[in-house]
Ligand binder design. Structure first.
Ligand code: PLP
Length: 395
């Protein structure tokens, strides 16, 4: 069966009424016929039928043994970290989402959980960096916002050998492009705020586990800590997933065209998009991804932050906002927005310059998006030209 058909038909119609849309069980509790005797649901933090359907869909999409849906991507990351105990160490690739960096370094560090960062582009050096205390390896692939890819299969086999867990943040790729569990990961993480829901209208997260034991532990943590996804937002994510296959195809097609166009633009120094054949991780991408996603980033030749800000200001279709993966295109300046919590020296080390621009390419017509970028470059160019003429006249 084709993916789209499979996704749509994995969503059940309601056995009670035949409703083709999943019912939203907006309830806190469930009536029991005798103490402890119920129909599988006792309290909605522990379990809710709408959330349950979303979780089985996520489990199926990622080919895992169980899934839990959280109130945000960060709540999902937090649940994974609660698998650890004081003295344990996280080994993370160096360019991870700013919020994950903050959680690791500013919160969990206070609870005796150490984090070390390694250059995951060099798989061997990442593997060498595993210590006897490493319990969790944290990988984002593609990374936010530098779009690097890591060899998940190689890292997974080293993690297995050293008996540590591997969690892959699969937010950028989506389960339709990449299935980390099939590549050997123990846990998959999603900010479902992004492509899974797809319309920039909610905050949600998910953890999908490879084994039933891990799935049970995450479920226990979720119930004990309480950061569940509510029934309406669960319903919205289910609805988003119904069109995921169509959307990601369009996002990826548009992003490739834009990346190719930007690569040839005289004002652009570098384009980070793993679908470009000259991207250093293109081969890894071919090995582990079906397509290359809808996010890219680029640096201008004039690398002053003011230039990037002036460029962004002229864009009409790309809206200046954090987040990504929605149907409408967004632009952001990670150094001032999504990755501001990472110290500036560290940002520079990992390639997040002050002027790096990130685009979340939407599903508009690619030519309109290219025209939008083109007119912004044109205005910027004219401004520079005017400044030069004025300097010449006043000299
Ligand atoms: N993981 C990645 C790769 C992200 O980009 C984000 C948010 O931007 C998160 C996790 C956190 O997700 P949320 O904002 O849903 O808490």
């Amino acid at each position: 069966m084709q993916t789209n058909t499979e996704i749509l038909h994995a969503i059940p119609s309601d056995p009670l009424t035949g409703a083709i849309s999943v019912p939203i069980y907006q309830t806190a509790t469930f009536v029991q016929s005798a103490p402890g005797v119920h129909q599988g649901y006792d309290y909605a933090r522990t379990n809710n039928p709408t959330r349950r359907i979303l979780e089985s869909l996520l489990q199926k999409l990622e080919e895992g043994s169980g899934a839990s849906a959280f109130s945000s991507g960060l709540a999902a990351i937090d649940a994974v970290l609660k698998l650890l105990k004081p003295g344990d160490e996280i080994l993370a690739v160096q360019d991870i989402y700013g919020g994950a960096y903050r959680l690791f370094t500013q919160l969990y560090a206070n609870w005796g959980i150490k984090v070390r960062f390694a250059n995951g582009s060099d798989t061997d050096s990442l593997i060498r960096a595993i210590s006897n205390n490493t319990r969790l390896i944290w990988v984002e692939s593609p990374t936010n916002p530098t779009l690097k890819l890591y060899d998940i299969q190689a890292i997974a086999s080293a993690a297995r050998e050293r008996k540590c867990l591997l969690c892959v943040d699969n937010t950028f790729a989506t389960p339709l492009a990449q299935k980390p569990i099939l590549l050997g990961a123990d846990l998959v993480l999603h900010s479902a705020t992004k492509y899974l829901s797809g319309h920039s209208d909610l905050i949600a997260g998910a953890v999908i586990s490879a084994s039933p034991e891990l799935a049970e532990k995450i479920r226990f943590i979720q119930n004990a800590s309480g950061a569940i996804l509510g029934p309406f937002d669960s319903w919205l994510v289910i609805r988003g997933i119904e069109t995921l296959a169509l959307r990601v195809k369009q996002h990826a097609e548009n992003a490739l065209l834009i990346a190719q166009w930007l690569s040839k633009h005289p004002a652009v120094a570098q384009v980070n998009y793993p679908g470009l054949k000259n991207h250093p991780d293109y081969e890894i991408g071919l090995k582990q991804q079906k397509f290359f996603g809808g996010v890219l980033s680029f640096d201008l030749k004039d690398d002053r932050a003011e230039q990037a800000i002036a460029f962004i200001k002229e864009l009409k279709l790309f809206k200046l906002a954090e987040s990504l993966g929605g149907v409408k295109s967004l632009v952001c300046l990670p150094s001032e927005m999504t990755h501001k919590t990472i110290p500036v020296e560290r940002r520079q080390e990992i390639g997040i310059s002050q002027s790096l621009i990130r685009l979340s390419v939407g599903i508009e017509d690619a030519q309109d998006l290219i025209d939008d970028l083109d007119q912004a470059f044109e205005i910027l160019n004219n401004k520079i030209h005017h400044i030069k003429i004025n300097q010449y006249v006043s000299a």
